[in-house]
Design a protein around this ligand. Structure first.
Ligand code: ZN
Length: 158
């Protein structure tokens, strides 16, 4: 690491510490040339992937938009706002954990469906009816049957 004071390329690490969660490593460094000290931080880079729409266009992940569409599906249902926030947190976490730079929007839709299925069956149906773009009533009743099953089995995202 180059010294920010005298630009010497040779600096020494004098102390290394991490936070209690071990997610950030802090290194205290010393420059032997000018004897100044400075600190560097090391942390895992987990960015939200960008979303690839069906038409190939790219868009940034928008938490507010996601909450909005889930709230629309949950309209007039008795689900606590905190429960929705926690569901969105889990969706974000799963998307980050993919470690991909880009993911298809369908991936997000699947995660939303999984969370809604746990939160509220009616909201799940509402969302599914829009998201899956039902062609006919048979598909719609398939979705209802899925909800009626005790556990919705869905392949985990790879
Ligand atoms: Zn220096």
């Amino acid at each position: 690491m180059r010294c920010p004071f005298c630009s010497s390329d040779d600096t020494q690490v004098v102390d290394t510490r991490s936070n209690p969660q071990a997610t950030v490593i802090r290194r205290r460094r010393r420059c032997p040339k000018c004897d100044k000290r400075f600190t560097t931080y090391e942390r895992v880079e987990l960015r939200m992937p960008r979303l690839v729409k069906k038409d190939g266009s790219r868009t940034d992940f928008d938490r507010d938009k996601l909450v909005g569409s889930m709230m629309l599906a949950l309209r007039k249902r008795s689900v606590a706002t905190e429960a929705v926030d926690a569901a969105v947190d889990r969706i974000e976490e799963r998307l980050r954990a993919l470690g991909e730079r880009e993911v298809p929007t369908g991936r997000v839709g699947d995660l939303v469906m999984r969370e809604l299925a746990k939160l509220d069956k009616i909201a799940y149906i509402r969302f599914a009816s829009v998201y899956r773009n039902f062609e006919d009533l048979d598909e719609f009743s398939d979705a209802i049957r899925e909800v009626k099953k005790p556990r919705v089995k869905r392949p985990r995202p790879t």
